[in-house]
Design a protein around this ligand. Structure first.
Ligand SMILES: [Zn+2]
Length: 613
């Protein structure tokens, strides 16, 4: 089943516009809409006074026209009457300031009062709208607008309860958090505080637990809603995830959804095809299943400093790119452009006068050109961990290092060589079918994954910073923990650095951010540092088919390094690709003509053209 549609807000319109909207939907091939996720004050304008007639009427009209409905629960935007009555449901930021109402995501998921209100409204949604719902979306974009960590009293109390379960005894917590340092020892659970507006660095062990707890509280809040919906509906339940977002452990969260969906917005100033591709691949990898793009940027957005226009053709390209990476389909955000509200500058399929834009035709064409759901072959795996994203953020040897950005340098090199990438996680059981497994910058590597590495038959490439910490964010006593035999080396020291020059197999390359001082025991030296704190010492080693890189390499470095393990399937620039069984599908992501070489054959591609070879 493929899912093509748009995000629609019937409550923003007079009913007189609905039939016209549905007619256009049918004309351009919209088969699904997402509705209702910000409509709380429409259906409950005053506390306990419910009026679902407008929403029900709209959903019935859509359903009667053969359009399927994804119903979003409205809890990401509590109504003003609720905030007036219970202002303490508002979240608190890390400076101790209460956040305000008047936009969205102004609630704390740990607050019991808000949970009661959430249960009531979700139950009403389920009672009234299950007849029309073909899928459910819980809430909207957990953690958006920097709301993952809340510093309110409700959160503190819930965190303490979470800690009691994790550590059982206060002595154990004091030990694991290293509370002897800076006089942080606590005598009982209630002395635990959240680090609000601290003069110096927070406790790194506590912060890692605080991130873990914050994922768990969102999972708990989502499950609370799912359980209510399940009393009334057996349709799939999802939540819409975000681009380049690592505050919440999406791997863990996704295990409580029937399918993964995410909102595909251009994360950088200019569209970077490989970055969007990496996000698609990460989303597919969470459940190793097809995913849905719940919101697709249509052209311009409203939330950047400069909200650039994208010329005609980009929407079609983005839909085709999602399809290439294994999407079930795409919903364009949004169907209807409106004159008012905080997103008044956001693009849509219609214009302000409810007329079709050129994007409607693009949508229809993209839909016609993306038949069937593609399942990319398992070729290269990159180990990824949300906990490591937090560990790198909480404390650092080199603040300029960014985990995701450096992982993406490796990702881009693999993609340029023409290979599919799956991200793999500690929980994943099936990792043996990949020909190459890369484990980059994984400061904490769980024992069970270390065991999987030992049994892995394919090539393995491990980088600096890997397996140097334990689950409590303590440094290990020996590095890399559990991998010394596999790699035939020991790391005896490490250092932060600016750019360093390298000599790898006779080629001059560069690294940066971090260097390891390697003591080789049973490995071949393939490259050495030419500059930096460990000049003259090994920087790349090999033991059998297990490689180690003792610094942070960029895309160029990895294109060279990996080129030996992955013979280039394509040579060229500005092309995304996917290996689908025997076929290599190419997609020119440039708005002009392009040429790539595949097996010494010259392949010309028109602007945004895709082709199977
Ligand atoms: Zn809170």
């Amino acid at each position: 089943m493929q899912i093509y549609g748009a995000d629609y807000y019937p409550e923003h319109w007079d009913e007189s516009s609905w039939e016209k909207h549905v007619k256009i939907m049918k004309e351009i091939g919209i088969e699904w809409v997402r509705v209702g996720e910000f409509a709380w004050s429409i259906v409950e304008p005053k506390e306990g006074r419910y009026n679902f007639s407008k929403l029900e009427k709209a959903l019935k009209l859509l359903k009667d026209a053969g359009i399927k409905n994804i119903v979003g629960t409205p809890t990401a935007a509590p109504p003003m009457w609720l905030i007036k009555k219970h202002p303490h449901v508002l979240p608190v930021d890390k400076f101790g300031r209460q956040k305000g109402a008047g936009s969205r995501r102004h609630y704390c998921p740990a607050n019991d009062v808000y949970r009661e209100y959430s249960k009531k409204i979700v139950e009403k949604y389920a009672q009234h709208l299950s007849t029309y719902a073909d899928m459910w979306q819980i809430d909207n974009e957990f953690g958006c607008h920097d709301t993952t960590l809340c510093y309110c009293e409700s959160t503190r109390k819930a965190f303490v309860e979470w800690l009691k379960k994790r550590y059982v005894s206060i002595d154990e917590l004091n030990y694991r958090w290293g509370n002897r340092f800076w006089s942080q020892t606590v005598n009982d659970w209630d002395e635990i505080v959240l680090p609000i507006n601290t003069p110096a660095f927070e406790n790194p062990h506590m912060m890692l637990d605080f991130f873990r707890f914050s994922t768990d509280i969102h999972i708990d809040y989502m499950r609370m809603q799912s359980e209510i919906i399940r009393k009334y509906s057996d349709k799939p339940i999802t939540h819409n995830l975000m681009v380049d977002f690592f505050d919440i452990d999406y791997k863990k969260l996704s295990q409580y959804m029937d399918l993964v969906s995410w909102d595909n917005y251009v994360a950088t100033k200019v569209y970077d095809p490989y970055r969007q591709a990496a996000n698609h691949d990460l989303m597919r990898s969470l459940k190793k299943k097809p995913f849905l793009v719940m919101e697709q940027q249509p052209g311009r957005v409203n939330w950047k400093t400069i909200n650039e226009q994208y010329p005609d053709g980009y929407l079609k390209l983005w839909i085709k790119q999602a399809h290439l990476h294994g999407a079930l389909g795409v919903l364009v955000f949004r169907f209807d452009q409106i004159q008012w509200g905080a997103e008044q500058y956001h693009g849509a399929l219609l214009d302000y006068a409810e007329r079709k834009t050129a994007r409607c035709e693009e949508f229809s064409r993209a839909k016609r050109e993306t038949e069937g759901v593609l399942v990319p072959e398992k070729e290269v795996a990159i180990y990824f961990s949300y906990e490591n994203a937090w560990i790198h953020r909480i404390n650092h040897l080199n603040r300029n290092f960014n985990y995701w950005e450096s992982v993406m340098e490796i990702y881009k090199a693999v993609r340029r060589l023409g290979y599919n990438v799956d991200f793999v996680f500690e929980e994943d059981d099936e990792i043996d079918s990949y020909r190459l497994l890369i484990v980059p910058y994984a400061m904490y590597l769980p024992e069970k994954f270390i065991e999987k590495l030992e049994g892995f038959k394919g090539d393995i490439l491990i980088t600096c910073m890997t397996s140097i910490k334990d689950e409590h964010n303590w440094l290990r006593r020996e590095f890399p923990h559990g991998l010394q035999r596999l790699l035939g080396l020991e790391i005896v020291d490490f250092a932060a650095t600016e750019r360093v020059d390298l000599n790898v197999s006779g080629l001059s390359l560069s690294g940066g951010f971090w260097c390891d001082k390697i003591m080789v025991k049973d490995a071949e030296v393939l490259g050495s540092f030419k500059s930096g704190p460990f000049a003259g010492m090994p920087c790349v080693t090999k033991r059998g088919n297990k490689y180690y890189v003792a610094t942070v390499g960029d895309e160029f470095f990895y294109t060279f390094m990996l080129g030996k393990l992955l013979p280039a399937k394509l040579v060229g620039d500005g092309v995304d690709s996917a290996q689908i069984s025997e076929k290599l599908i190419l997609l020119n992501v440039q708005e002009h003509e392009n040429v790539v070489w595949v097996s010494n054959e010259r392949i010309p591609l028109g602007a945004f053209e895709s082709r199977e070879v």
